[in-house]
Design a protein around this ligand. Structure first.
Ligand code: FES
Length: 146
C-alpha cells in the first residue's frame, strides 16, 4: 500500500476545509514543483489559534497533510504553530511516499504565510522564521527577497 490508513482517512475526510470570514491571518502559497495552491485561514485570540481552515487546489497528499496540520495547530499557541514542520506532519500521518514529501511543504508554508499575514495586519514586524524563501529568478519580486 502506497499510502497509510491515516493519509487515506484525511484525504477522504479532510478536517477543517473551508474559509474563515474576517480571519486574523490568511496565507496563500504555491508549490513550485507542481503548481498546486494552498490557502490557509487563521483565527487568533491572544496568542492562541482558536480556528483554522484551508482550501487547496492540490493533490491527495496536499489535502491529507493540510488536514492533519490544521488539527495539529488548532488550540495551540502561535509559538507552537511556528515550529510545526512538514516532516512532523508527515510523521503524524504515518509517513508519505518520498516522492510526495514535497506536497507536505504546502501546509507548513501556508501556515507560516498566514501567521506572517497576522503580524503584518497588526502592524508588527514579521519574525524571521516566518519568512519564506523566495524562488523567483530575479531576486527582487517580494518582501522575502527584497
Ligand atoms: Fe502538487 Fe502534491 S502534487 S501538492
Amino acid at each position: 500500500m502506497l499510502y497509510s490508513d491515516k493519509v487515506m482517512d484525511h484525504f477522504e475526510h479532510p478536517r477543517n476545509v473551508g474559509e474563515i470570514e474576517n480571519a486574523d491571518g490568511v496565507g496563500q502559497v504555491g508549490n513550485p514543483k507542481c503548481g498546486d495552491i494552498m490557502k490557509m485561514y487563521l483565527k487568533i485570540d491572544g496568542d492562541v489559534i482558536t480556528d483554522v481552515k484551508f482550501k487547496t487546489f492540490g493533490c491527495g497528499s496536499a489535502i491529507a497533510t493540510s488536514s492533519m496540520a490544521t488539527e495539529m495547530i488548532k488550540g495551540k499557541t502561535i509559538a507552537e504553530a511556528m515550529t510545526l514542520t512538514n516532516a512532523a506532519v508527515a510523521e503524524a500521518l504515518d509517513g508519505l511516499p518520498a516522492h510526495k514529501m514535497h506536497c507536505s511543504v504546502l501546509a507548513e508554508e501556508a501556515i507560516k504565510a498566514a501567521l506572517a499575514d497576522y503580524y503584518q495586519k497588526k502592524g508588527e514586524p514579521v519574525p524571521e522564521s516566518l519568512k519564506l524563501p523566495c524562488d523567483c529568478e530575479e531576486g527582487h519580486c517580494c518582501s522575502s527577497c527584497g
